[in-house]
Write a new protein. Structure first.
Lengths: 396, 151
């Protein structure tokens, strides 16, 4: 088990398609997190920024960009990039610095401004870049991979279109009163099933949008938190930022293939299962201790995969867990009480941080309109392009 | 009008009547690579191994499949306007224990497929280039059989 650190402040800028500079969203989130923590920015000793690739140079050096925006104070910074897992990497950078005794209180921030439509690769002729080649040679978009996973659920586990729609209906209801959510609208299963097919069996309303947004956390050592008025803060018990183990036998974006298992036997647990395993091992708790989860529902069907990968049910049991209402607020282990990516759309560098903001509010009992009763332990999960795991376990 | 056939990418597949995907094989672990890995075997402990060029099995079974309901963004080059949905399959080669993506040949729809169906490698048009050449790429074509051991 690893020592805990405290989450003393959480803040977000509402998700949307605002079209403004990403720095603005990040600064708004930072201000809210600092107010929440009752900490002056000049007392922050370290800034970890999660990078965005879409906003020019300032996006690649997010730590410095936000440190400059807040007014230089001479403190060290870092900038982390791990695609969708960037936020978890930034949290981990701050946590390591705190646990190493190199600082007492740190700021983590991520923000993005996104273009409309499919996420496309960088422009130019990039014949050695698999992300470019998959579009050129196959026309494989991100939803292509989500469609492959969803079809496996149908053909192997008996998932139905009704199940995928039920995930969307649930998450839309969860997010209805979340002031940070971009989409706050209820959907019926009929509306969802009337939306056009994007990547069979997935329809437009099953697939998350890309959004603008920003999220920030103020993290501190337990001693510093207690000495500064936070007697019983939400704690981070684990951060999992693992990579796959060779051979990775489940096809991942943006690859053309899996690793071959002809030479080296496949590991017992898949990469996504291992992401949760590593977090549980670090926290010294198991899936049975979890009362709330925020998982990456890039598609409705992918949320079902996460139920199994995080051990909330056995493999092949996700549809039953959903149908029993266990993952709805009021159920045994509500999943995506924030509304998830379904209600937010993805703001890549902010999203993993936003997941932790939501669990912080849930564990404090401050998630008005979407509160999970008596939540004491929660897990976040996502997976970033090119082999980046991301899971955070918090408790109170 | 006849078109000269050119490969969409060099060294990933053969252009003969019974086309093969081209890969490499780690001399120490026996791990296969597609696209062909030429720098170093990624199998742990095999960095000193040599990578031998190999033709991969022509037949595989469908691991999963989906389609492109919307036209993919560039650098994809659309063949048709308006867009006609095409099917993409992830296919497992049994001997190589590897799953490889590819479009299904034209005319196949998702209703024609199930996980476990047997398919073979075929060449099909990806697009026509500015010189009028037919740019071909590997695609998967149903054999009409269920693969052995398919679930």
């Amino acid at each position: 088990m690893v020592d805990e650190i405290a989450i003393i402040g959480a803040g977000m800028h509402p998700w949307g398609k605002w079209g403004r500079n990403f720095v603005e969203y990040g600064v708004a989130a930072i201000s809210d997190a600092l107010t929440d923590a009752a900490v002056d920015y000049r007392d922050i000793q370290f800034v970890a920024g999660a990078d965005t690739m879409r906003n020019g140079y300032p996006g690649y050096v997010a730590g410095a960009t936000f440190a400059q925006a807040m007014g230089w104070t001479g403190i060290p910074v870092t900038s982390a990039y791990g695609a969708c897992a960037s936020g978890a990497m930034a949290i981990e950078a701050a946590r390591q610095r705190i646990l190493a005794g190199l600082c007492d209180v740190a700021l983590v921030v991520g923000a993005d401004t996104t273009p409309k439509g499919f996420l496309a690769p960088q422009s130019g002729e990039r014949w050695t870049d698999p992300d470019w080649l998959r579009f050129r040679l196959i026309g494989a978009t991100n939803p292509t991979y989500f469609g492959l996973y969803a079809r496996r659920r149908i053909d192997l586990y008996g998932a139905t279109e009704d199940d995928f729609a039920a995930v969307k209906v649930k998450n839309a209801r969860h997010g209805l009163n979340n002031p940070y959510a971009r989409y706050r609208k209820e959907y019926t299963a009929e509306e969802i099933m009337a939306s056009p097919i994007v990547a069979d069996p997935l329809r437009l309303l099953h697939i998350c949008a890309t959004s603008d947004g920003g999220a920030a956390l103020v993290l501190a050592s337990m001693d510093w938190a207690r000495a500064h008025g936070h007697a019983n803060p939400v704690r981070i018990k684990a951060v999992s930022t693992i990579t796959p183990t060779f051979p990775n036998t489940v096809i991942d974006m943006p690859g053309f293939s899996t690793d071959s298992a002809a030479g080296v036997p496949a590991p017992e647990r898949t990469f996504k299962q291992a992401i949760g395993d590593a977090a549980y091992a670090q926290a010294g708790i198991g899936p049975e201790d979890i009362n709330v989860a925020e998982v990456y529902d890039l598609s409705s069907a992918l949320e079902l995969d996460w139920y199994e990968d995080l051990g909330l049910c056995e493999v092949g049991g996700a549809e039953q867990l959903l149908r029993d209402g266990d993952t709805t607020i009021g159920g045994r282990v509500p999943v995506n009480p924030s509304g998830g990516l379904s209600c937010f759309g993805e703001a890549v560098p902010a999203q993993a941080i936003a997941q932790v903001c939501e669990l912080t509010w849930q564990l404090r009992g401050e998630a008005t309109g979407r509160q999970v009763d008596n939540a004491t332990a929660g897990i976040t999960a996502n997976q970033g392009l090119f082999g980046h795991g991301s899971a955070v376990i918090v408790s109170r | 009008m006849t078109h000269t056939r050119v490969a969409a990418i060099e060294g990933w597949f053969t252009l003969d009547d019974e086309p093969h995907l081209l890969g490499t094989r780690c001399s120490e672990s026996g791990t296969f690579y597609f696209p062909p890995e030429t720098t170093m075997s990624r199998a742990p402990g095999c960095s000193a191994a040599t990578l031998e060029p190999v033709q991969l099995s022509r037949i595989g079974r469908v691991w999963s499949y989906t389609n492109a309901g919307y036209k993919p963004p560039p650098p994809y080059i659309a063949m048709t306007d308006p867009h006609v949905p095409f099917v993409i399959a992830a296919v497992e080669l049994i001997e190589e224990r590897i799953v490889i993506l590819g479009q299904m040949v034209g005319g196949v729809t998702v209703d024609d497929l199930a996980v476990g169906d047997e398919v073979e490698v075929a060449l099909d048009t990806l697009h026509f280039d500015d010189d009028g050449n037919e740019v071909v790429v590997w695609k998967w074509k149903p054999t009409g059989r269920r693969a052995e051991g398919a679930q």
